[in-house]
Write a protein that binds this ligand. Structure first.
Ligand code: H79
Length: 457
């Protein structure tokens, strides 16, 4: 009891317990899932392609009236949804955690909620909570589960109006001159009909109780992923943050409110930071596989799996995590292109995952031919060299190696490679052809401890 009291009083639980961040730092790779009523529209409203923004923004971008948008929920019936399939797809791709939109900006909740009927169990013919089976499947397969919760916007709530107004400005639809004039007349609200409550009411009556439900009803929650700090008040942020005590080990991001609510992780969106942008804080790049978070029929701008794999190498080499998005279809299945990419990544990870999981940032200067991660133990340093561009002369030149190499192998197949020192550069003899694509990993064990990158020191 004395020890427990001490922990409680000092308030620095992290100093007394195993570090909350350890699993997250070792995971390196997770799946983002954006799913909701917007999947039903899939980027098209009344025959018009949505302009600007991900398909999850369609209610706002296309200025769809609340009543009309809510009618789409009445046909949202994802009968093919299979939580086990989703979790297995993530796990087989090598992902260690999932973050799903429990509620996005349209306010639609993927869980049964007593705070608002605007949820999948109460507002759709499907009629069931999808987070429950997802939590069970995650537990079964050993994948961590996190919730995305858009706390500052709620376009279908009478009190979410403040954010709705700001976000709807500056957009033109081919035949929406009338809606635009109307919106202007109503001080930026495209559908002012229901705007009868304040933001504070929305926070107290919906956001706080819903986050409490999420923190209470689904077992261990690994991550709470807030989104869009704009419009948040300190009062609202403090109330929401207090709920995280219900999950003592939860990890949160930096999007609750700015400033003063930094959370645990920084969240570059759709971009991978340069070395010069890193400041020692934990970070996670979230990214789409095509150009949209929510499912969009017309978006065929899929990044090749090769790019996604190299992104994961790049991010790991800088000490970050990769949260890669899937926008499931309205029937509850993943787009085929997402499934195919996940399978390709999984094949690569089964051979080369050792170069990604539980590694630390590269100690080397930028490498023209690829990326590097590291692992340390008491007497040695291991470098994993992910080679993107296989040297034509068969010599891989690794700068900044001041220690003796005791073993050099290819992760694919385990072949031992010869190497020699050339004035602080390690030169490795490679076979003529790379054993894998789009990156082959050379594992180098060095005797002793290699310093960290001088740029960081
Ligand atoms: O959930 C995904 C996005 O919907 C969400 N964050 C990721 C993870 C997000 N919300 N807001 N933003 C990202 C930034 C908002 C950018 C905006 Fe726009 C520029 C809002 C209005 C103009 C982008 C372009 C969205 C609509 C048009």
């Amino acid at each position: 009891t004395v020890i427990l009291t001490c922990i409680f009083l000092t308030g620095s639980a992290s100093a007394q317990r195993p570090d909350r961040m350890t699993w997250w730092r070792e995971a390196r790779f997770g799946m983002f899932i954006h799913w909701g009523v917007y999947a039903q529209l899939a980027g098209v409203y009344n025959g018009h392609e949505q302009l600007r923004g991900g398909a999850e923004w369609i209610m706002n971008r296309s200025k769809i009236p609340v009543a009309e948008y809510q009618a789409y929920a009445k046909v949202f019936n994802p009968v093919k949804f299979d939580a086990g399939e989703w979790v297995r797809a993530a796990k087989d791709a090598g992902m260690k955690y999932i973050v799903i939109t429990a509620k996005h900006h349209d306010g639609f909740a993927l869980f049964k909620s007593a705070a608002s009927k605007w949820n999948i169990a109460d507002a759709t013919p499907y009629g069931k909570d999808v987070l429950k089976p997802l939590a069970e499947a995650c537990k079964k397969y050993g994948v961590k589960l996190g919730f995305y919760y858009s706390q500052a916007q709620d376009w279908n709530n009478p009190g979410g109006a403040a954010a709705r107004k700001v976000a709807a400005e500056g957009w033109l639809n081919p035949d929406s001159a009338k809606i635009d004039a109307y919106t202007k007349e109503h001080n930026g609200h495209w559908d002012p009909v229901q705007e009868t409550a304040t933001f504070a009411q929305y926070i107290d009556e919906v956001a706080v109780p819903q986050v409490k439900e999420l923190m209470t009803n689904y077992g261990d929650v690994a991550v709470l992923w807030w989104d869009t700090p704009t419009n948040m008040t300190d009062d609202a942020a403090l109330k929401l943050q207090a709920l995280l005590k219900l999950q003592p080990d939860i990890i949160t991001n930096d999007r609750l409110k700015r400033p003063n609510f930094p959370g645990d992780t920084k969240t570059p969106e759709q971009k991978i930071p340069n070395l010069s942008e890193l400041d020692g804080k934990d970070w996670e790049t979230c990214m789409t596989m095509n150009g949209t978070w929510g499912y969009r029929t017309s978006d065929n701008n899929w990044k090749p799996a090769e790019t996604l794999i190299r992104n994961l190498c790049d991010i790991s080499s800088k000490g970050g995590n990769y949260l890669l998005n899937v926008g499931p279809k309205p029937d509850g299945t993943f787009p085929q292109q997402s499934t195919d990419a996940l399978k390709a990544i999984g094949s690569w990870m089964r051979v080369n995952g050792e170069a990604i999981y539980a590694t630390k940032a590269s100690p080397l200067p930028e490498l023209a031919w690829g990326r590097c991660t590291r692992k340390d133990d008491k007497t040695s340093t291991t470098l994993y060299l992910s080679v993107f561009e296989w040297p034509k002369d068969g010599k891989l030149v690794v700068p900044g190696i001041t220690l003796a190499a005791t073993k050099v192998t290819l992760l694919a197949g385990g072949k031992v490679l010869q190497s020699h020192d050339n004035n602080g550069q390690l030169v490795i003899d490679l076979p003529a052809r790379p054993p894998g694509k789009p990156a082959s990993v050379v594992k180098v064990t060095l005797k002793g401890k290699l310093g960290t990158r001088s740029a960081e020191a």
